[in-house]
Design a protein around this ligand. Sequence first.
Ligand SMILES: [Zn+2]
Length: 242
Amino acid sequence: MTLKQVAEVEFPTRWACFRLLAFEAVHVNTKTGKDCLETVLALVLGDLHSFPPLVRIHSQCTTGEVFQSLRCDCHDQLHLALRVIAEEGAGVLLYEQQEGRGIGLIEKLRAYELQDRGFDTVDANLHLGHVVDSRDYAVPTQLLHFLGFRSIRLMSNNPEKLKAVLDSGIQIIERVGADVPATPYSNRYMSTKRNRLGHLISSPADSPAKESDSIQDALLSEAHAEAGASSGDYRGGFWRIS
Ligand SMILES: [Zn+2]
């Protein structure tokens, strides 16, 4: 993989004034086997090296984030992450251009057509000839290493993201839930994410909290076992761009 920083700007938002770093990476996606040029934005805020920072790896969703579609939870999760990072005064949001779990906007809309005919999000992708989730998280995890992190707090409900971070050799000392309210339009999508993709989404209806906790404990135990003595090696001071 080649990874390079291509821009850096001051980035004021309604939540905080971040630094925005733009990266481009060329790599072979391990899920699809295809060469790809991937763009990732890193919104960084505050002191990231005195304590394991809060990190969110977020995938682009034009329908949710631009048009505030209620079919998914992406818009609310993005705003939740930015708000919590701002409230804590430090953290990183990595924004991947991976629309529709990597299949692109038009294919996502074709998948929506199938969902309107009764398919769920998993079967719709498969019916269109895609893998269920084509994101391999190689670029964002490489970027976490590039930013100098050995240990983080990860905001995610997605076990594949947790595993990708752990497999890259970065410790997760805490999983922070990215739970946002469902809508009547997103209920089915979110229950598919929970039941077929294993997402750790809290649901008052079937009380998955205990199960989620046990999965989280297992993942974090695995992290600690694999990471060994790598904790506690943080650079002091604020994140600075060289
Ligand atoms: Zn979405």
